[in-house]
Design a protein around this ligand. Structure first.
Ligand code: SAM
Length: 261
């Protein structure tokens, strides 16, 4: 496999990996991370809270709502616990398809492919903007079309800066899946000065990024039914005790989970 990592330019997955304490990053990513953390010192706290949000959402969907098929786009580098570990703990037959467009995530995808023997995990190297490629992939084709799918866009929509494009992507993604399918989102909130400054720092490093108001995040769910507590800062979504202790001012992501009618 020949992969062009272009390590001289910063990449969001590697910046994120560095801020979570990972090793899969390069000088350009660390320099970009330093600029971003200078603008936004709470970011590492927020990122860890976002990761726990992903795990709570996945556990809820598997344990409380019986979802067994998951399509996670903007997966990022493997970080424990990965989504498949959370949901296969509930039911080892769960099937997970991961998608990311960063070549370094592709290089590390093997660590995401550690499914239980009864279930499956797959990885697609694709761009969220190319929904057709994702939906027509053999990996998504192998999911049971009669059963609901839990789609997750966790900490990725801030990189889709045009609202019309974000709405079109979501509509196209949900279209083929039956009622009861779900959409989980987290994205950078505009109600936090550090988050706004952080998005600007990404842009200054050549990565388009935007912060969204709760109203804009709510609109992303349009025709879907939002589950309680609606759109909220991620640590406030059905929080665990360790989340309740975190001050709102540290949290730069808001999100929610909704169900297709
Ligand atoms: C901030 S990380 C979030 C990782 C993970 N979802 C989490 O919350 O821990 C964003 C990820 O989205 C990926 N990404 C950004 N734009 C993307 C796009 N247009 N298509 C697919 N993946 C994208 C990046 O490569 C990166 O791995």
């Amino acid at each position: 496999m020949v992969v062009d990592l272009n390590t001289s330019a910063p990449h969001s997955a590697r910046i994120y990996d560095y801020l979570l304490g990972g090793k899969d990053n390069f000088e350009a990513d660390r320099a970009a991370a330093a600029t971003i953390v200078e603008a936004s010192p709470s970011l590492p706290i927020s990122m860890r809270a976002n990761r726990r949000y992903m795990a709570r959402v996945a556990r809820h969907l598997a344990a409380e709502r019986g979802l067994r098929q998951f399509l996670d786009i903007g997966t990022g580098l493997p970080t424990s616990p990965n989504l498949h570990e959370v949901v296969q703990e509930q039911d080892p037959t769960s099937r997970i398809v991961y998608v990311d467009n960063d070549p370094i995530v592709l290089v590390h995808a093997r660590a995401l492919l550690t499914s239980t023997p009864a279930g499956s995990t797959a990885y697609i190297d694709a761009d969220l903007r190319d929904v057709r490629k994702i939906l027509r992939s053999p990996e998504v084709g192998a999911l049971d079309p009669s059963q609901p799918v839990a789609i997750s866009l966790i900490a990725v929509l801030q990189f889709i800066t045009d609202e019309d494009e974000a709405h079109a992507i979501i509509d196209e993604l949900l279209a083929p899946f039956p009622a009861g399918s779900t959409l989980a989102i987290s994205t950078v909130t505009a109600h936090n000065d550090q988050a706004v400054a952080g998005a600007a720092a990404y842009r200054s490093r050549g990565i388009p990024a935007k912060a969204r108001t709760d109203e804009e995040v709510t609109k992303l769910f349009r025709d879907l039914d939002l589950l309680d507590p609606g759109v909220t800062l991620v640590h406030r979504w059905r929080p665990a005790p360790e989340d309740e202790a975190i001050g709102d001012h540290h949290i730069q992501m808001s999100g929610g989970v909704a169900v297709k009618r």
